[in-house]
Write a protein that binds this ligand. Structure first.
Ligand SMILES: Cc1ncc(COP(=O)(O)O)c(C=O)c1O
Length: 393
């Protein structure tokens, strides 16, 4: 046996520790040159050496070796049969929704990401795909939204930005009884903390722009299918719609993903400290973090996830005060997005959820005083000191 064969023998990658999988995902060494990272195949098409034996990849929209390495990587991490990489999180979500047809109905978590809300209410609605938004912390609301044309359930847990928790196994079990497809946006938790396919979800989705990429330098989306049948459908849609991720971005994303565990562990520890600090302040009217003992969804979250993540939302009481904080902070970047090495402070009302009508935002607890803090890798005491000065009049 050659040394190379030896490296590839006896490895049940699925059984490896998550941290090991992040580094040893199958394509970590280039088979041809031994290069220590996946080559960037910057090619749109592939020569047919022999017309009777076409190459594995023939055109980069249908398949590209760099993208393929990433797609296999995310499938391994999520525990699914096949992964798919897209130009953005919204490209992953919109391509997956194309599994539905005109006349279908979908049940969606009410505090879904603003862009998903916009897609459902302003684009898919024109295609006669109907949506009912429900508070998914309440299974009865999910059940009562069922119609004869319901085809799918779309979950996001913890939700954005109020971090509400959906009981994934309960919703999925009910959906299965009715033959519904289940989707789950796993952006906030990542497969490091939560693997929805293991709880029966059919398709897991990511804005990989966030924690997976981790460095605020790549826009990407990922999907993973639980079964071969679903994978076949997603493949057909990805190729047919052409919503694919480019080779450069695929490489950059893999580069970021290798440190996912280290980043999540550090940021989560800091977030827990920040959430406690915020909840002890009398001038903060609400703190949303599933790791807090007071969080109403904490028990369910602990059953389905191995951590609480690195996003905390909090209400400073008014829009005026929120704007003051946004203009006074010195360390976090004030921006749309989350899940990066640097902390990011967002203002959902004017950023991620601006697409939601004000009255809908209000109903969903997305008040003018709500801020969302995505905790990065800075020293937490520095972040707290900075936030303290920004909160002071
Ligand atoms: C939870 C969630 N899902 C999906 C998206 C959309 O992803 P992208 O911006 O990569 O298209 C975002 C972006 O903020 C998000 O936060």
């Amino acid at each position: 046996m050659t040394a190379e064969d030896n490296r590839n023998t006896g490895k049940d990658r699925a059984a490896l520790d998550f941290g090991t999988k992040l580094l040893h995902f199958g394509s970590e060494i280039d088979k041809t040159t031994g290069a220590s990272s996946v080559p960037i195949y910057q090619a749109s098409t592939f020569h047919h050496h022999d017309i009777f034996n076409p190459p594995v990849h023939d055109y980069s929209r249908s398949g590209n070796p760099t993208r393929q390495a990433l797609e296999d990587y995310i499938a391994l991490l999520e525990g699914g049969v096949q992964g798919f990489a897209y130009a953005s999180g919204m490209a992953a979500i919109s391509s997956s929704f194309m599994m539905l047809s005109a006349g279908d109905h979908i049940i969606v978590t009410e505090d879904v990401y603003g862009g998903t809300y916009r897609l459902l209410t302003t684009i898919l609605s024109r295609m006669n795909i109907e949506t009912t938004f429900v508070d998914m912390t309440d299974l009865d609301q999910v059940k009562s939204a069922y119609q004869s044309n319901t085809k799918a359930v779309y979950m996001e847990t913890p939700s954005n930005p109020t971090l509400k928790i959906t009981d994934i196994a309960a919703v999925t079990a009910w959906a299965k009884e009715h033959g519904l497809i289940t989707f789950l946006d796993n952006t906030f938790m990542t497969p490091y903390y939560q693997r929805p396919l293991e709880l029966g979800v059919d398709i897991v989705l990511h804005s990989a722009t966030k924690f997976l990429g981790g460095h605020s330098d790549v826009l990407a989306g990922l999907a993973v299918a639980r079964t071969e049948e679903l994978a076949k459908e997603l493949k057909r849609l990805q190729n047919g719609l052409g919503t694919v991720l480019g080779a450069q971005e695929s490489w950059l994303l893999m580069r970021g993903m290798k440190t996912l565990e280290a980043r999540m562990v550090h940021s989560e520890k800091s977030t827990a400290r920040l959430a406690e600090w915020l909840s002890q302040r009398s001038d903060i009217t609400a703190v949303y973090y599933p790791g807090l003992a007071s969080h109403p969804g904490r028990d369910i979250h602990e059953r389905q996830s191995s951590g609480y993540g690195a996003v905390v939302s909090f209400d400073v009481g008014s829009g005026k005060r929120a704007k003051q904080v946004l203009n006074k902070v010195r360390l976090p970047i004030v921006a749309v997005s989350l899940g990066a090495v640097e902390s990011i402070l967002s203002y959902p009302t004017m950023m991620s959820h601006a697409a939601m009508p004000p009255e809908v935002r209000k109903e969903r607890g997305i008040t003018d005083g709500l801020l969302r803090f995505s905790v990065g890798l800075e020293g937490i005491e520095d972040l707290i000191e900075d936030l303290d000065q920004a909160l002071s009049e």
